[in-house]
Ligand binder design. Structure first.
Ligand SMILES: Nc1ncnc2c1ncn2[C@@H]1O[C@H](COP(=O)(O)OP(=O)(O)OP(=O)(O)O)[C@@H](O)[C@H]1O
Length: 252
């Protein structure tokens, strides 16, 4: 698959001297879900924001869909979708009004009803964002990333704070977006989420990429090093118990 994003020797030094990103290189293939994993402070958000053209690059290059982010930040923003936190939305506009506002910003024509249906919010068109549940807010913010029919969307910790039902529901939504041909780059602290969704993951630590491969290959490499699990892996997890007892139905 051809690369849609090529990041080369990317670095970021903040004005306070923090070297948040220390010369990373990777590429993302068209149509894949690519995950960036890493502990708090590893540099994931800084990396995403430089790729998105929201944060100045200290050095290195980002080539997205053939465009250099630094040279044409406005053109880049027309081609990508960036998930905002729901607190960033005007609280007194209805979902349809907010989607229309985003579409107007891009000069895009949208079918708001279809877009809301795509993220399972067809019944909430007249709602205000503040009256949505956590899972609904996340689904709505993903809908806003799609108004300009982007080639690639960026999701920064899309399921943080959601209950297991809402998290799994969001996984299905992200998988559907991928199946429609949109490339997805996401960050997450949930390894199960990365295993389920990501074709490949980059693991960042202290501003560097320490591993990059498919989840299966990374696990194989660990086992080849003689890894011995600390405890026996149970055939079911507490999350499986939770889902078994409370069902898969969304509560929001
Ligand atoms: N605006 C800023 N000014 C100075 N330092 C910053 C700024 N933003 C982030 N940093 C620092 O850069 C480093 C990387 O932060 P970043 O938010 O990119 O990490 P992250 O991997 O996304 O972390 P998390 O998982 O907690 O979201 C951290 O040491 C952070 O304190």
């Amino acid at each position: 698959m051809p690369a849609i994003l090529e990041v080369t020797n990317l670095t970021k030094t903040y004005p306070n001297g923090v070297n948040a990103v220390k010369g990373i290189s990777f590429s993302v293939n068209k149509g894949e879900v690519f995950g960036i994993l890493g502990p708090n402070g590893a540099g994931k958000t800084t990396t995403l924001e430089m790729i998105e053209g929201l944060r100045p690059i200290t050095s290195g290059t980002v080539l997205l869909d053939g465009i250099k982010t630094e040279e044409q930040p406005y053109l880049i923003k027309q081609r990508i979708g960036i998930q905002l936190q729901s607190s960033a939305f005007f609280q007194n506009l209805k979902l349809t009004e907010l989607l229309q506002m985003f579409a107007d910003l891009y000069g895009a024509k949208i079918d708001t009803a279809q877009l809301l249906a795509d993220v399972g919010l067809q019944d909430k068109a007249g709602f205000l964002v503040k009256n949505l549940s956590g899972g609904q807010k996340q689904r709505f913010s993903i809908a806003t990333t799609l108004v300009n029919k982007p080639v690639m969307i960026f999701l920064d910790e899309p399921t943080t704070g959601l209950d297991p039902q809402a998290r799994r529901n969001l996984w299905e939504l992200i998988a559907q977006i991928k199946n429609r041909g949109t490339t997805v780059i996401l960050t997450t602290h949930y390894m199960e989420e990365a295993s389920f969704l990501c074709n490949r993951v980059a693991i960042m630590d202290d501003g560097r990429i320490v591993a990059l491969d498919t989840p299966d290959q990374l696990i194989k490499q660990l086992l080849a090093k003689g890894f011995v699990p600390h405890t026996e892996v149970p055939p079911a997890t507490l999350e499986d118990v939770f889902i078994d007892l409370t069902g898969k139905t969304l509560r929001d």
